[in-house]
Design a protein around this ligand. Structure first.
Ligand SMILES: [Zn+2]
Length: 413
């Protein structure tokens, strides 16, 4: 992609009303735009990151046998009244009237919808298990939307729901998804820990959340300096400073919840009358569990973790481009060489952003650091004279001269 064609509006000044690094950097680097508190547009480069994260999530969920579908955002009270949540979810759940004066809501989660779909479409225990997921924009009327894209009133979410004939089967799949989550966050470059969740608005049964140590987070986790002990700080006994497992020091960290998993067991079967026929013709409750990952929050968390004073440092797995070609000067020779390198890298199947704009070297370097593409390749009169390009990783200070062939070999690794 030529940078002159990409809509990547880079802003010099940080937004005044956004204090968190993720919002400051995503807005300044042209990845997102703020419409109002907690409501953001995602610009093309930001959407590239979102698509990469979605690709990783989709890949790992498919390995567990889950299949993708799409469910509506617009809701009517009927099925939500079966669980009582039409009354208990507001004010977080947006509710209003349509033109015929009928109550309408915007879904912030889909247990009722998906459970209704499944109970109407399967009859036998042989139809289970079922694992259904979607990527969707969700709505939540936050009292004080803050932390930039970490907590929005409108946000991207992956929600997965699993249906089982037995409690044991649910438990087994719950652990399988938990492991898939570990792989997802790892592939996104993050070190997430699974901790027991404090009681939330969703369920009384024990559930778990995946937390990443990140400056702009809203949670706090306690980690042992020595072993793998991890706990949501809310659940940690007051004043406790030593690890219960190994008695080393416990340190509290600000963290961001990037995923959560819930076991509802037969709650929905009872509330919504969802049963299938068992092997002896008996009625079996449909067991339900649900699993969320905040996609836009994950992008924001990645920025919170991977940035320095100059800008974002995208991990290669989610970066919108792998390579940023920076052409210095617009002499014919340099231009020709830069275009040749751009074509060669694309030919090699690499995602390339080519800065073909007429700007000073200082400005281009500053902006490249802000945007944070993992590899920077400089093409200038000096490098052309040497028959090489200057290559630098965003996360390192040292630049190296190499030929195009050497560069392709390095990037293909
Ligand atoms: Zn320990």
């Amino acid at each position: 992609m030529r940078q002159s064609h990409l809509f990547l509006p880079i802003r010099r000044e940080p937004p005044k009303d956004e204090t968190f690094a993720n919002a400051q950097l995503l807005l300044r680097a042209g990845f997102a735009d703020k419409l109002m508190a907690g409501v953001f547009s995602i610009f093309p480069a930001g959407l590239g990151v979102v698509r990469n994260i979605e690709g990783i999530v989709r890949d790992e969920l498919q390995k567990t046998g889950a299949v993708e579908l799409a469910m509506p955002s617009l809701q009517q009270p009927k099925i939500w009244e079966e669980t009582g949540r039409w009354k208990t979810l507001p004010p977080e759940m947006f509710q209003f009237k349509d033109r015929a004066d009928h109550p309408i809501g915007l879904a912030m989660t889909h247990e009722e919808v998906v459970f209704d779909i499944v109970r109407r479409n399967i009859q036998s225990f042989r139809d289970l298990p079922l694992k259904l997921y979607q990527f969707q924009t969700k709505f939540r009327d936050e009292p004080r939307p803050k932390s930039g894209l970490m907590r929005g009133r409108e946000f991207l979410m992956k929600d997965l729901y699993s249906f089982h004939a037995t409690r044991e089967d649910l438990e087994e799949y719950y652990e399988e998804v938990s492991q898939a989550y570990d792989r997802i966050f790892k592939r996104c470059g993050l070190k997430a820990v699974r901790v027991e969740a404090p009681g939330g608005i969703f369920t009384k049964n024990p559930s778990h959340e995946f937390q990443v140590v990140a400056e702009g987070g809203e949670d706090e986790i306690a980690l042992c300096k020595n072993c793998d002990f991890a706990k949501n700080a809310e659940l940690l006994e007051k004043g406790i400073k030593k690890c219960p497992q190994c008695s080393a020091t416990i340190v509290r960290h600000i963290s961001s919840e990037v995923g959560n998993i819930f076991r509802f067991y037969d709650k929905y079967a009872k509330d919504m009358n969802g049963y299938v026929m068992g092997p002896q013709g008996e009625n079996l409750p449909i067991f339900l569990a649900s699993y969320g990952i905040g996609i836009s929050r994950l992008m924001a968390t990645i920025v919170e973790v991977f940035h320095d004073e100059r800008g974002i440092m995208w991990p290669e797995s989610v970066a919108p481009f792998l390579v940023h070609i920076v052409q210095l000067g617009d002499g014919e020779v340099v231009k020709k060489e830069a275009q040749k390198i751009y074509a060669a890298l694309q030919e090699a199947g690499l995602e390339v952003l080519y800065d073909d704009r007429e700007k000073s070297a200082g400005e281009k370097f500053m902006e490249a650091d802000l945007v944070g593409i993992p590899w920077r390749v400089v093409v200038s009169a000096k490098t052309v004279a040497q028959g090489k390009v200057e290559v630098k990783k965003r996360s390192e200070d040292k630049a190296e001269l190499m030929t195009i062939e050497e560069l392709v070999k390095r990037l293909k690794k």
